[in-house]
Ligand binder design. Structure first.
Ligand code: LP5
Ligand code: MN
Length: 248
């Protein structure tokens, strides 16, 4: 049986073609699969699950929730790990979509390989401004206070945060926005040398060979979704990165 691992779709009403391509791909590929792992940044921003109950702002997400739910009801196992854009996805969204939330990182077994799954942002330790922001917004107390604000206020904060992030990214050295090699090595050691570490976030799809304490490991990086997408396909006897063509 086949499983798929994807990340960084950045679904939003501003890019309806990507959502359409994703929904189509679910029907033609994932409907026959065993499982689908979504490793974060599935949505461009997520300001709280209550958006699903809002007529105005929730409408864009409903087709996605319904499509996931249909797959889940038909027996496909769905898993979701938070990214830096959708860390506020909670149990209400998970329940509505029929998926299971995973902590970052999570170790899975595929055939004879152990694969450590992560969004990837926690590995970008050279990006100290981001790591500071990350510790703040991943704090449960901060999240409770944020979610207690009105939907309109949260949307406005998210927009400001997006603008500030875009400005930061435009001026900061590109290298600090990639994973830090020691952070990768530490994680691989902590998880007892899995054969693969697989993540997204950096939008730099590739396979990197590592050797840590005489253990061979590969770091697989997924790509984001625009006119193409780089996803991982797991079969009983093969693991590969696959490029999907999203536009005709
Ligand atoms: O996301 P991307 O690709 O632009 O860059 C990321 C890092 N930035 C972020 C921030 C997100 O984009 C913001 C949107 C999240 C919405 C979530 C819900 C609402 C939360 C609202 C919070 C107030 O993740 C970027 C990294 C880059 O990846 C590469 O790894 O460099 O990190 C930064 O740019 C660091 C900045 O310090 C982030 C600053 C965010 C500003 C927060 C304050 C704004 C609130 C204003 C309140 C008055
Ligand atoms: Mn990300």
């Amino acid at each position: 049986m086949t499983s798929w691992i994807i990340s960084d779709l950045h679904l939003s009403a501003q890019r309806p073609a990507v959502t359409q391509a994703f929904l189509h791909w679910l029907e033609v590929e994932v409907a026959h699969a065993e499982s689908l792992y979504i490793l974060g940044d599935f949505f461009e921003v997520w300001v709280g699950d209550d958006v699903l109950n809002d007529m105005q702002h929730g409408a864009e997400f409903l087709p996605v929730v319904q499509a996931l739910r249909k797959l889940s009801d038909s027996g496909v196992k769905l898993y979701f790990m938070h990214g830096n854009r959708d860390f506020l996805i909670g149990e209400d969204f998970a329940k509505a979509s029929g998926l299971q939330l995973l902590t970052d990182p999570t170790l899975i077994q595929a055939g004879n390989k152990r694969i450590l799954l992560s969004h990837g942002d926690a590995l970008c330790t050279d990006d100290t401004a981001y790591q500071q922001f990350r510790s703040q917004v991943r704090n449960l107390q901060w999240q409770r206070a944020f979610l207690a604000q009105s939907l309109a206020a949260r949307i406005a904060f998210a927009e400001q945060a997006r603008n500030q992030s875009a400005q930061n990214k435009a001026v900061q050295p590109i290298d600090i926005m990639d994973v830090n090699q020691s952070a990768v090595e530490q994680l691989v050691i902590e998880y007892e040398y899995p054969e693969m570490l697989l993540h997204g976030h950096t939008h730099r799809p590739d396979v990197h060979a590592l050797e840590i304490d005489n253990h061979r490991c590969q770091r697989w990086v997924l790509g984001d979704w625009h006119d193409t997408a780089v996803v991982c396909r797991l079969d009983d006897d093969a693991i590969q990165l696959v490029t999907l063509q999203l536009e005709e």
